[in-house]
Design a protein around this ligand. Structure first.
Ligand code: ADP
Length: 649
């Protein structure tokens, strides 16, 4: 490695992160920063005062012993002792003040950066960055420190300001050393301390970098821990007897993370660390011997000897490794570096979005869209980084104000189509037109208000029932009547009325007074959320397999009811159960990324194609289920539930 690249590497790894941290300091406000700098200056001066005073005490001992109690020498010794004690007391009293000030600094800096992470992850129109493993690595590295509230950038900021104390003490000790012993001893000890410090700090820097290389394994480790100890997999873990398997995987992954880290620690902290320490001790010894000889020959006084010895050891110690402060600073800086890289990656995605973005049309009243139709014109799409073309020149006209069912086997691209419709991804070819206007030319936020979607994996918020429904139209003030109306239409009002705190009951048992809902009840809550959105202006309602937790008969009953409930709304029902969607005005069959059949249920059945075949297959099973049971539709024979993926095979 040549000198130039070594220098660049040092600037990149040591200087830039510090500059980045310093740039965040203004967030804490000048009063806090001013107070911390002042407190650190005092904290740096007090040990120096202590060393000076105790050296004077030592220097006065022979004269005080000779003069005895009450002699001027004795009195001056006592005075110096009192000053040393005061310096010591003051530094003890200052410590908690500094802790409190640093805590305030840390809260502000970390709060600011946490907001930035939050803003960054929500910034792109598309959700592609959050499916990018490298983005997720950066996110894990930066947010980990915040999640643990440990070794955060705020702590690094405090550590940076603490250098004021450390280096002001160091310079003062070295100046005292030069003044009390030989002139060269101060600069020599200063230089040796900096080399010693570089050894310690540089080692820590290298060590912290190893974490970056194990980040993918580390994410997997976090995941397995959550799986092993969290509630999500608790049922499967027990029922399938996965505890040993999970324990084994957890241990293996542990070593994938901590094995390289431990090896790096041994490599970095063994010989180099000892080498730098030996160097520091050697230089200090030379200075100590030289000073001792000078004192022995009477060239310097006892006070000067005491001062020089204390200043040397105190100065060298300042180059040491301070586990709490240094580790906190180093990992806090790494978190900021990861945040910087995260920002760059997100900005790259933004730049790509901007490059394909069209100017937003201001001549269109988005709130009226769509009034006549939604049209997918030659839409093609492949997921970023994937070769597979999911949608391949798809042509589809969805009439406004009517119900359209989109059916197709699992993996046919139905959810992908919904993602394009809501602009979570942009098509790679073709366009989606609302009343002839390309939705790519609309403000995504405004367009998304027009579309209310219940995704298959819709979010179950650990909040009140009211919040769970009202978040369908977060822009509108809470409307109690509309909440009940949506709940009633979704068929969940009765269940909610019985709850202890009605709509304000938390929908999670983990909270006081909270309750757990069944899968089917959750789906009804999600449907209520969507209906609430429609009541507040959304014009397109998309249900992406919202009834997968219901059995076939309940699903049929639901779709029948839903089509009635949403008359006049543009509704899109996505399902892989062909037998469920027959009430829709229009049925569209998707296969291999294209529309292969479409028409009314009657037309498609008459055409005797894919739809007719799969409908018959499912209806047969469905009928068998009915005959066998002949009871309430909510309790269908599980065998009657036919997954189309199986049927298609
Ligand atoms: P459907 O809803 O019809 O069951 P999807 O639209 O979910 O099908 O998926 C269509 C295809 O796209 C599948 O092959 C699936 O594996 C793939 N796919 C879905 N999501 C992603 C993603 N985020 N990244 C890459 N491929 C994906």
């Amino acid at each position: 490695m040549n000198l130039r690249s070594a220098w660049d590497g040092w600037v990149d790894s040591a200087v830039r992160p510090r500059v980045a941290i310093v740039r965040f300091l203004p967030v804490a406000g000048s009063r806090i920063i001013g107070a911390i700098v002042a407190a650190n200056l005092v904290a740096g001066a007090l040990p120096v005062a202590f060393v000076v005073a105790t050296s004077v005490v030592i220097g006065r001992v022979p004269a005080a012993v000779d003069g005895g109690l009450g002699s001027p020498a004795w009195d001056s010794l006592v005075l110096a002792f009192v000053l040393a004690a005061l310096a010591f007391l003051a530094s003890q009293a200052l410590a908690p003040v500094l802790v409190a000030l640093n805590a305030a600094l840390r809260r502000r800096v970390d709060g600011h950066l946490r907001d930035q992470i939050f803003e960054l992850t929500a910034r792109t129109t598309s959700i592609a960055p959050l499916e990018d493993a490298e983005v997720l690595d950066e996110l894990a590295e930066t947010s980990r420190q915040f999640d643990n509230d440990w070794h955060t950038p705020g702590q690094a900021a405090g550590g940076m300001l603490a250098l004021v104390a450390r280096y002001s003490s160091l310079v003062a000790f070295c100046a005292l050393l030069s003044a009390s012993a030989s002139w060269w001893s101060g600069p020599v000890v200063l230089g040796a301390t900096m080399v010693f410090r570089y050894g310690n700090r540089g080692g820590l820097r290298k060590y912290s970098r190893v974490w970056r290389t194990v980040m993918p394994a580390s994410r997997s480790y976090d995941y397995l821990r959550e799986l092993a100890m969290g509630e999500v997999a608790a049922k499967e873990t027990r029922v399938f007897g996965l505890d040993d398997w999970l324990g084994g995987r957890y241990t293996d992954t542990h070593w994938k993370v901590f094995g390289p880290v431990a090896a790096a620690r041994r490599r970095i902290y063994s010989y180099p660390y000892l080498g730098y320490t030996a160097f520091g001790v050697l230089v200090a010894s030379v200075v100590v011997v030289d000073t001792g000889l000078a004192a022995a020959s009477g060239e310097i006084s006892l006070t000067a000897l005491a001062l020089a010895l204390q200043a040397t050891t105190a100065a060298i110690a300042l180059g040491g490794y301070y586990p709490e402060a240094d580790t906190g600073s180093q990992f806090g800086m790494r978190a900021v570096e990861a945040l910087t890289r995260l920002r760059e990656r997100i900005e790259n995605y933004e730049a790509t979005e901007r490059a394909i973005a069209r100017p937003v049309r201001t001549d269109v009243d988005v709130t009226r869209l769509p009034s006549t139709s939604l049209r997918l014109a030659d839409v093609a799409f492949a997921y970023p980084g994937s070769e597979r073309v999911v949608l391949d020149g798809l042509e589809l006209e969805i009439p406004a104000g009517r119900s359209t069912a989109i059916v197709g086997v699992n993996g046919a691209g139905k959810t992908t189509l919904v993602k394009l419709l809501t602009r979570l991804y942009e098509p790679i070819r073709g366009a989606i037109l609302a009343d002839g206007v390309d939705i790519a030319e609309l403000d995504p936020v405004a367009w998304r208000r027009q579309v209310s979607v219940i995704f298959q994996d819709f979010v179950r918020l650990e909040l009140s029932a009211a919040d769970n429904i009202a978040l369908g139209a977060v822009h509108a003030p809470r409307d109690e009547d509309a909440l009940w109306e949506a709940a009633r239409r979704a068929g969940i009002a009765e269940a909610l009325e019985d709850l202890p705190a009605g709509l304000d009951t938390p929908l999670a048992r983990a909270y006081e007074g909270g309750i757990d809902l069944s899968g089917g009840q959750w789906q009804r809550i999600a449907i209520a959320r969507s209906l609430y959105a429609v009541a507040h202006g959304a014009r397109v309602l998309v249900l992406d397999e919202p009834t997968s937790a219901l059995d076939v008969r309940a699903e049929v009953a639901f779709f029948d009811r839903f089509v009635e409930l949403t008359r006049g709304v543009t509704s899109i029902l996505v399902s892989h159960r062909f037998s469920s969607v027959r009430r829709a005005d229009h049925v569209v069959v998707i296969e291999h990324g294209k529309v292969v059949e479409q028409g009314s249920h009657a037309e498609l059945t008459a055409a005797d194609g894919t739809y007719a075949r799969l409908f018959r297959l499912q209806a047969e099973r469905f009928a068998q289920g009915l005959d066998a049971e002949g009871e309430h539709p909510d309790y269908a024979d599980p065998d009657a539930v036919v997954d189309l993926a199986e049927v298609a095979e």
